[in-house]
Design a protein around this ligand. Structure first.
Ligand SMILES: [Fe+2]
Ligand SMILES: [Fe+2]
Length: 359
């Protein structure tokens, strides 16, 4: 190294130190340093067999101490974990967990700014209570907990109930808008008749003229039997997703909630989708059948109850190899927030060559 080069390096080092003292950093060096890329979520799968066993073990643990705690197993994305992301989350924007509600147990009432959904995988004896209304939860049902709605869960049956919790917590946390408060009692009183919220939207075809249209989501229950029948009746599908429908907010006709879009899709026997990629990230749970998704050239085989993620801008295509059985995927994505910021982009890509596997 020449003396001139050595002098230039010393000069830059000294300059960088002076910048650091002013809590500043040069943009050109930021782009130059390869290790400064933001943490990236990895495409990943959490298998139902293992998660179910672990949930049962969590159920048998002695009573979990602390107000508002739940027997929930957060599914932590290994890509984000490796990058040191402190909060366990499944994608950059969404956290998801397998929650077991043990027979006789109450998950205490609280509310928080983060919105949540429950998607029931197994068991039918549990109830969730949302702002004074109780909902019986059965397999394949979707229940919404919009932002700042009081909620507690209870299982008066003698069988455990397991559901998938998905929250927009990482998005809310990004804005430093995350806070939570306990209800004064363990459970909130039931103040509304069964079916109150669903009745207010007349099966999604009508709305009460006395209620304002604010864009706020209601704590609705979407029954599996209705959602699956809707897919069965649909004749037109998407080249990328097969037969796909969104659980809409019936008061606006728009997305499920302001931050989250929940969808149900059917891959009919023998269906192999085209491939695309988009800026939204998606968490899937397998409701019925089996198949595979090729994500950035790697094949991920899935079956009932498995949870998997397709992170932002990962090319993906879905396959149902069975020639007799349909496959159904439930999914949750951050699409509404991306759209509201005009950041949603979707691109067609060629079908992929498989070069490896995931999970
Ligand atoms: Fe909660
Ligand atoms: Fe997609």
């Amino acid at each position: 190294m020449t003396t001139e080069n050595q002098a230039a390096i010393e000069q830059e080092k000294e300059y960088m130190e002076r910048l650091a003292k002013q809590d500043s950093y040069p943009l050109w060096a930021f782009h130059r340093d390869g290790d400064r890329h933001p943490p990236k979520a990895a495409p990943w799968v959490w298998r139902w067999k293992e998660m179910r066993e672990l949930a049962y073990e969590a159920g048998r643990l002695e009573r979990i101490k602390g107000q508002g705690y739940r027997r929930a197993l957060l599914m932590q994305n290994p890509g984000l974990k490796a990058a040191g992301m402190a909060t366990p989350s499944s994608t950059k924007t969404m956290s998801s967990a397998i929650q077991i509600v043990w027979p006789g147990e109450i998950a205490e009432a609280h509310r928080h700014t983060a919105a949540a959904i429950r998607w029931v995988i197994e068991g039918s004896g549990a109830f969730t209570v949302q702002d004074g209304e109780q909902f019986r939860m059965e397999p394949g049902d979707l229940n919404l907990t919009p932002s700042f709605v009081w909620h507690d869960h209870k299982n008066p049956s003698d069988e455990p109930v397991i559901w998938l919790d998905c929250l927009d917590a990482p998005m809310v946390g990004f804005f430093d808008a995350m806070f939570q408060e306990p209800f004064p009692e363990d459970v909130q009183p039931i103040t509304k008749p069964d079916g109150y919220s669903n009745a207010s939207i007349g099966n999604g075809l009508m709305r009460s003229v006395s209620s304002e249209v604010t864009g706020r989501a209601l704590p609705l229950n979407y029954k599996w039997v209705d959602a699956y029948a809707a897919l069965q009746a649909m004749n037109e599908g998407s080249r990328y997703d097969g037969i796909i429908m969104e659980y809409t907010n019936p008061t606006t006709g728009g997305h499920t909630m302001p931050t989250l879009a929940c969808k149900l899709q059917q891959l009919r026997p023998g269906f192999h989708s085209d491939a695309h990629k988009h800026t939204s990230s998606v968490v899937y749970n397998v409701a019925k059948g089996s198949g595979s998704t090729i994500i950035d050239g790697k094949k991920l085989d899935w079956g009932f109850g498995d949870t998997f993620v397709v992170p932002s801008m990962n090319a993906h295509e879905h396959i149902n190899d069975s020639m007799s059985e349909d496959a159904v995927l439930f999914s949750m994505s951050d699409l509404p927030l991306l759209e509201s910021m005009l950041l949603y982009q979707e691109h067609h890509v060629d079908r992929q060559e498989v070069t490896g596997t995931i999970g």
